[in-house]
Design a protein around this ligand. Structure first.
Ligand code: NDP
Length: 449
């Protein structure tokens, strides 16, 4: 890892000390601080007012017990989290993740990233994140419902359309948001649509929210390509994961003329030289909720399934990591560079390790960070909140057009800010500095809170 500005080094040491063992949170903080050296030089008022130190300390952290009964009648106990990180720009906003790996360090890394991502959208939303170490895999629909109801029985007292607005993330889709919303409505006796986003279309959801993170990721890459006079046409693309973000990234790549030749889940990856069959992938993942090898089996000889292993060994022009944090190691980065990959854009949150990012930089591979690339999801959640507030419902084309416009503005803002700080073409610096300065200026304006 590179050196930090001395003032930022002191902040980082304090963060590491106060948040012992939370390695993903340390990584996310370090990644942002690395970009802020020139900012603290140019704007001493940020350090004078302890803005960066305040930003690294969540406004509120809630940890709670989630008891529920499984289908065999046994009591299960999970841990629930909601970290309300920063509300300088609007109500806390960020998803809920249900995955066995969830602990405070993961929720804080995601919540910290969310502050800057949400600022980049230009919409009035603060940053937060939550979730549970509950593992939905293999659980029946009734178990998922009972877990969600128990989770909301505590969470409801902390959220609200003007306070904190959760959404989905890994393991939390429309089904889970439905059970959570139902329980919130039941406890509060209020049909408060704006309290959760990612709702179903018939009960307050927004068109394009399901597709938004994947589509937004591809719109962002399309902006990169267009800024170089190129397009997706004929480009070979590899996507990791086969969940919400991955599926809709694949859909949009194909719509723009690219070809996605591989995708994965935690059990392995499939290579389909003719292009991933999206209808089949949706059937396997969204309807059957099955493993990726079921896709290969259904597709027959056309597809190769590799159990375990790394999807990044498949040669491509563009890599879109859309699964989870730290999934692209140094070795994966080397494999991608050797195969001729020219653009890596993070659909997931922090999927590339610091070593991988450094290698991409050294090899001249364009690297675009998640807080800019995958911001289309939360941006469309904010559009869902707008529709809820005005009791309105926009068409698919209208909403998609707004999403495309937001992604274009985020892209341009990254480049303009990178230029302003003499780092042309550096999307990491541009995203971190643009997101940070917007939140920092709001915090200065709001006084010591
Ligand atoms: P889903 O739960 O829908 O899908 C996650 C996918 O990633 C699954 O295919 C899953 O495979 C795979 N995956 C998860 N963990 C691992 C792992 N350890 N190794 C390999 N594969 C893994 O989640 P989303 O698509 O919603 O989220 C994906 C990423 O995008 C996350 O980083 C999330 O934070 C980020 N994101 C999501 C947004 C959204 O709107 N949904 C918005 C912005 C960012 P398996 O089923 O085998 O676990």
């Amino acid at each position: 890892m590179s050196e930090l500005h001395p003032k930022l080094q002191a902040v980082f040491e304090e963060v590491s000390h106060r948040n012992g063992g939370e390695k993903e949170f340390h990584q996310a903080v370090f990644e942002v601080l690395q970009s802020l050296g020139p900012v603290v030089e140019k704007h001493p008022e940020y350090a004078d007012n302890a803005i960066i130190r305040r930003l690294c300390e969540p406004e509120r952290q809630i940890i709670f017990r989630v008891p529920w009964v499984d289908d065999t009648g046994h009591v299960q106990i999970n841990r629930g989290f909601r970290v309300e990180f920063n509300s300088a720009l609007g109500p806390y906003k960020g998803g809920l993740r249900f995955h066995p790996s969830v602990y405070l360090g993961i929720v804080k890394f995601l919540g910290f990233e969310q502050i800057f991502k949400n600022a980049l959208t230009g919409l009035p939303i603060g940053g937060g994140k939550g979730g549970s170490d509950f593992d939905p895999k293999g659980r029946s629909d009734a178990e998922i419902m009972r877990f969600c109801q128990s989770f909301m029985t505590e969470l409801y007292r902390h959220i609200g359309e003007y306070t904190d607005v959760p959404a989905g993330d890994i393991g939390v889709g429309t089904r889970e948001i439905g059970y959570l919303f139902g329980q919130y409505k039941r406890i509060t006796n209020r049909y408060e649509s704006g309290v959760l986003t990612g709702k179903g279309l018939t009960w307050g959801g927004s068109r394009v929210r399901t597709e938004a993170t994947g589509y937004g990721t591809v719109f962002f890459v399309d902006e990169i390509l267009q800024s170089r006079g190129q397009s997706f046409d004929g480009k070979r693309v590899v996507v990791s994961g086969s969940g919400n973000v991955a599926i809709y990234a694949i859909e949009k790549v194909h719509a723009l003329g690219g070809i996605v030749v591989a995708c994965s889940d935690s059990g392995g990856y499939v290579v389909d030289e003719k292009g991933i069959d999206l209808d089949l992938l949706k059937e396997v993942k969204e309807v059957q909720r099955a493993r990726i090898d079921a896709y290969a089996e259904a597709r027959g000889g056309a597809t190769q399934f590799v159990s375990g292993g790394s999807v990044w060994n498949v040669a491509c022009d563009i890599a879109l990591p859309c699964a989870t944090q730290n999934e692209v190691s140094g070795d994966d980065a080397r494999a991608l560079i050797e195969s001729g990959c020219r653009i890596v854009a993070e659909g997931a949150n922090m999927p590339c390790t610091p070593e991988a990012v450094k290698l991409f930089d050294q090899a001249g591979v364009t690297f675009a960070p998640g807080k800019a690339v995958n911001a289309g999801g939360v941006a469309t959640s904010a559009l869902e909140m707008q529709q809820n507030a005005s009791r309105d419902s926009w068409t698919f084309d209208d909403t998609e057009g707004r999403l495309a416009g937001i992604m274009r503005r985020i892209h341009d803002r990254c480049l303009t800010t990178a230029d302003e700080y003499d780092q042309p073409g550096n999307y990491v610096a541009g995203a971190n500095i643009a997101g940070f300065t917007q939140v920092a200026d709001a915090m200065l304006a709001l006084g010591l809170i």
